[in-house]
Design a protein around this ligand. Sequence first.
Ligand SMILES: [Zn+2]
Length: 337
Amino acid sequence: MTTEQREKRQIGDNRNFSVNKEVKSLSLSLSPLICSSTTRREKNRREEYIYIGNRNFWTLIPYYSGSWIWRKLCKLRSVARPFVVCEIGSGMTASFWQDNWTGLGPLIDLTGPTGPQVIGLPLKAVGNMRECVDDDVFLWKTDHHPPSCLFSSLKTWLALNPLDNPVAWHKSVWFKDRIPKHAFICWVVAWNRLHTRDRLTSWGLSVSPFCVLCNACHESRDHLFFECVFSQEVWMFFTSRANLTPPSSFMASLLWIKTVSRDSNLSLILKLIFQADIYLLWKERNSQIHSSTTRPPASIIRDIYVMLRARLDPLSRIQLAAAPGSSLLSTWFRFFG
Ligand SMILES: [Zn+2]
């Protein structure tokens, strides 16, 4: 059974006369422009655009014998269709019922399947503006701005996935001059998505629940990164040198680090240390599981020193070239050198 036959069968099932009346008056006002009986040449040209064989792209049911990618694309039509807007030119390619040329969406969606019968315009009617030589143009509309002939994946993504309010800690993770791989791990930890042992056991996996670093308490995000004696030794080494007393839980520390100091240099350094600490603790924990090698907290501290010096050196050069004064490295040496 073709799509058209299915639609004929649905006639009478869903009569929406109030909407049909509105569209009928719309069609009457546009009657000089609308031509439902096109010449053979015009018809052929129209079908090149909106028909595949004898079937409209928006309503056709793909054959099971069609390719996998074609059937997947057809499944996405309902997602893509609201973005497609038709700007009428000659009207030879725009479908009166199926294309969104009024800004209200396809008219067939407003009237229901009985619309063509009630109004007297066949489903394949086109809006033919006899005096216009320009072709119809299909545009992409993602927001309240006018539709565009340019496709923007960013705008489309944002239209499909509207941004939520930013989380309170996002500036603790995504700040300027961060070390990308450290920030990424910190972001994953912030959402508690690392495969810590408390999560593995909750999924039914048969693993020891004990912390790899201390082997005394159950491993969880908060324990691994802040409550564990191993982790505390590393983190307290740096915060004590900055004369600071940090919170003891991960989330409280993440919010605390956002406004840790009025000194912008010290604030950036502590954020970098915080993220390097998390990155190296996770790396050490995995190293102990997979290679059975262990390192003391002092070794992690040494690694943080190396990483921070390597990061702060180029940043200080840029800083001093722009405005001579107290550099990141001088602040580093004042507190941690
Ligand atoms: Zn521990």
